[in-house]
Write a protein that binds this ligand. Structure first.
Ligand code: ADP
Ligand code: ZN
Ligand code: MG
Length: 509
């Protein structure tokens, strides 16, 4: 944290302004402009050729799959895809950039003018300038552009910063295809930035254009942030925090940076426009280079590549290929399966998981129950054991079977829990455990009625409350009788009998 902690009153005088630049590695088989494998983790400098090494005379050829992925991603984030875009050279010297320039796009990127909606903390629209209209509970974050570019190689230092003694160069990443997605300065809190990144990643994963693996650098974020006195329209001077490698760190780096900038201004100083780096170990940002040292990239159109021309038909064809996106899927699943928003969010976080759930839910008596069993019984146990979904001993078929038995009242929820305990203990499928254990169920009316009578006799206050109109009290009696039956009472029958007893009727009325 900055030297002196600022009071909430001082912090509240300022409004942060945040814009994010996100680089994503496209999941193509080969590189952007040559036939070398686009593969993470190969032996250093094994996936290189004259084109990606920038040897004299080598000519780039654009990878059609990279264009498809860039177009898909653009459409998924509501951008307009240009029918005519231009590749440009971005010139600078760096040891891991043997060509001396990156092929990128400059003033005519493949796509512009997009947006994504992010949920707001209080579920309301904030009235800051720059906000665009959007559905309620959400804030619409503008996306300035998505452009295509090639990545540079990697420098590997065998020490940290000044203490590095050697630097190794791995040029396998040279020429691999990237999409850079630049947001408008529309975010106002680190939480909004976190949400934006989460949504963006989800969308890109749904489209299958990138694995978005942050550990491998497939998704990287530069966070731009400034502060201004609340009410002031003009933006403050921004600082760019480069290459933060997790969303949590983006949030922390922004929180740190906002306080640092406010402190500078409160002390009568000025924020310097500069690039900074996040040091996770120390929990602070530090200066990398100031604006004076900033690059002049001398962009000019790439002479070795013609303009990229995409027809209307091509663009509309890509739009038709888009999968149902997470936000739409959540809304549909909430309506179709009567799920809570929270459950829908969990179920749709990954496309394959949502697909598996839906395949199961469609065959079940009650999809909502399938969601409950999947999330609380299976999800809870997996989480406790630190396992992935794929490692669950119980398959979706087993989950549906369990949910159906529960729904039909053939097992109680307590018995279901016990069966799942067995499944996870023995690594067994649900059907196996169920067939062997065949949990006993009391379906004898008089036996259950006897238990109910006992519970009613010992809880006169609750009976009074029920009869005075508090119908939800029935749940209390069901719970007590279930407990008394050691979880073996037939739940459907129990429900029915409890209501009848409380209403003063007998079975069969
Ligand atoms: P630069 O020319 O320095 O690259 P850009 O205008 O291209 O700056 O913006 C880069 C990123 O910084 C964008 O995501 C944009 O939304 C964001 N940004 C621009 N100005 C500000 C500002 N004053 N405060 C915070 N973010 C900003
Ligand atoms: Zn190559
Ligand atoms: Mg810029």
């Amino acid at each position: 944290m900055p030297a002196a902690a600022l009071s909430p009153q001082v912090l509240a005088k300022y409004e942060p302004v945040i814009g994010l630049e996100v680089h994503v590695q496209l999941l193509t088989a080969t590189k952007a402009f040559c036939g070398c494998a686009n593969h993470f983790g190969s032996a250093p400098n094994s996936n290189v050729c004259p084109v990606c090494l920038g040897l004299p005379g080598a000519l780039p050829v654009l990878n059609a799959q990279a264009v498809e992925f860039a177009a898909l991603a653009s459409l998924a984030i509501n951008c307009q895809v240009r029918e005519w875009s231009i590749f440009a050279r971005k010139n600078y010297f760096y040891p891991d950039l043997p060509k001396g320039y990156q092929i990128s796009q400059f003033d005519k990127p493949i796509a512009e003018h997009g947006w994504i909606d992010v949920p707001t903390a209080d579920g309301s629209m904030s009235g800051v300038p720059g906000d665009r209209s959007s559905s309620s509970g959400c804030k619409r974050i503008g996306i300035t552009r998505l452009h295509m570019e090639e990545d540079a190689g990697k420098s590997i230092h065998d020490g940290f910063a000044e203490s590095a003694t050697r630097t190794y160069l791995d040029l396998n990443r040279c020429g691999t295809p990237l999409a850079e997605i630049v947001s408008e300065p529309d975010m106002r809190t680190p939480d909004e930035a976190f949400e934006y990144l989460t949504r963006l990643k989800e969308i890109l994963l749904y489209c299958g254009v990138s694995d978005c693996n942050m550990e491998e650098g497939s998704l990287r974020c530069d966070a731009n942030v400034s502060v201004r006195p609340r009410g002031q329209e003009k933006f403050g001077t921004k600082v760019e925090v480069k290459n933060v490698n997790s969303f949590r760190f983006v949030r922390l780096a922004l929180e740190y940076e906002i306080e640092r900038q406010i402190e500078v201004i409160e002390a009568g100083g000025r924020v310097t426009q500069e690039s900074r780096l996040w040091n996770a170990a120390e929990g602070r940002t530090f200066s990398m280079r100031s604006k004076e040292q900033a690059h002049d990239y001398r962009y000019f159109p790439e002479p070795d590549l013609p303009p990229l021309v995409l027809t209307r038909e091509y663009i509309e064809g890509k739009r038709a290929e888009l999968p149902e996106l997470p936000e739409a899927r959540r809304a549909r699943m909430i309506a179709e399966y009567e799920l809570s928003a929270q459950d829908a969010a969990t179920l749709t976080a990954e496309r394959a998981f949502a697909d598996r759930f839906e395949a199961g839910a469609k065959t079940a008596r009650n999809p909502r129950r399938v969601a409950n069993v999947l999330l609380s019984e299976v999800g809870g146990r997996l989480k406790a054991l630190g396992l992935e979904q794929a490692q669950s001993p119980v398959s979706m078929v087993g989950i549906v079977q369990a949910a159906d038995l529960l729904d039909e009242g053939k097992i109680s929820s307590r018995q279901l829990k016990q069966l799942f305990d067995v499944c996870f203990e023995k690594g067994e499928e649900f059907a196996v455990a169920y067939e062997r254990e065949k949990p006993e169920q009391i379906s004898d009316v008089s036996a259950i009625e006897k238990l109910i009578d006992e519970v009613i006799a010992t809880n006169p206050k609750q009976v009074e409350q029920y009869r005075a109109g508090k119908k939800t009290m029935a749940g209390f009696f069901v719970g007590q009788v279930m407990k008394a039956s050691k979880g073996q009472a037939n739940p459907a029958l129990l429900n029915e009998l409890v209501t009848k007893k409380l209403e003063g009727k007998s079975h069969g009325d």
